[in-house]
Design a protein around this ligand. Structure first.
Ligand SMILES: [Zn+2]
Ligand SMILES: [Zn+2]
Length: 293
């Protein structure tokens, strides 16, 4: 078991990749990793599509489809919170639903950490269901500035869609359960907005609303200084609501345990074990491209 922990993998590193020409950025990189105890050397293919978007790239704009999903997700969250209040009034409960909502807030941070770890480490644009999210996550690591240029509905629509599809049917069945509605309403609201919290953690302090900066400083929302740890190898701090779970997850090596479980079961290595520039590390020239005069 110990012999195949990440630090025991022997990587044959390719030469560091540096990009000097934005017009010639498509590289195909191969790296090998040998596992001395369990598997023979394995050739992994990492296709790095490294063309950065422009600051006004259409891929960063919101479409009407994005806005529709965000509207549906927001309506679903508000409906759930409204049901929690109505059910609380009907059942004469207040303290328990509030505690349940607070639990939902803490749960959302953990859930975003696990999900973020998953899309950062496994899959790419071609992966069914999460391909687009995995592609966006990879792009974000190469060019972190893209998240602040990405329009709100574009950034949130995938999570809003997930919230709508999962939470709407639950509302039809459990709308009269105050604790469940409070937990789910707060948790799903925070999960849906987590990409906005993430974007704010990349924002310029002077350009953010003062209330956001105050919440970041209080540790209620993800702070830029905490999230910076995610963009510095070794990548950690995956949680993007408040980051409150990151210390626990790091201390107990939860992600390493999950990565080992996936590797043992499916033979798939996470991106975080891989080549230096396999998608988790910011490009050397990762600032927003400037338009020619
Ligand atoms: Zn990430
Ligand atoms: Zn980030």
């Amino acid at each position: 078991m110990m012999s195949i922990l990440p630090q025991h993998l022997h990587l044959h590193r390719a030469a560091p990749i540096r990009h000097h020409n934005h017009h010639q950025r498509n590289h195909r990189v191969y790296c090998t990793a040998t596992n001395p105890s369990k598997t023979s050397p394995k050739l992994e293919k990492l296709v790095i599509n490294t063309a950065p978007p422009k600051t006004d790239d259409p891929s960063l704009k919101s479409t009407w489809g994005h806005r529709a999903w965000l509207a549906a997700g927001s309506t679903t969250v508000l409906l759930t919170l409204s049901n929690s209040i109505t059910a609380s009034i009907d059942s004469h409960m207040w303290v328990e639903p509030i505690l349940s909502g607070v639990t939902g807030y803490f749960f959302s941070d953990l859930a975003t950490g696990i999900y973020h770890w998953g899309i950062d480490n496994y899959g790419d644009e071609s992966t069914p269901l999460i391909g687009k999210q995995a592609g966006m996550a990879l792009g974000h690591h190469k060019w972190p500035w893209t998240i602040v240029k990405r329009e709100v509905a574009n950034n949130l629509h995938a999570l809003a869609g997930g919230v709508t599809v999962i939470l709407l049917p639950i509302n039809l069945i459990y709308h009269d359960r105050p604790l469940a509605m409070a937990f789910l309403g707060v948790a799903s609201g925070c999960i849906m907005l987590s990409q906005q919290f993430h974007a704010w953690a990349h924002g310029t302090k002077s350009k953010l609303p003062p209330v956001v900066v105050a919440l970041q400083d209080a540790g209620i929302l993800l702070s830029p200084s905490h999230h910076a740890g995610h963009h510095t190898p070794p990548c950690k701090n995956y949680c993007i609501v408040s980051g409150i779970w990151d210390g626990f997850l790091d201390k107990h090596r939860v992600y390493e345990g999950l990565e080992m479980a996936v590797f043992e079961k499916f033979g798939v290595r996470p991106r975080s074990w891989g080549e230096v520039n396999s998608g988790m590390v910011e490009e050397m020239d990762a600032s927003p491209p400037t338009s020619p005069p």
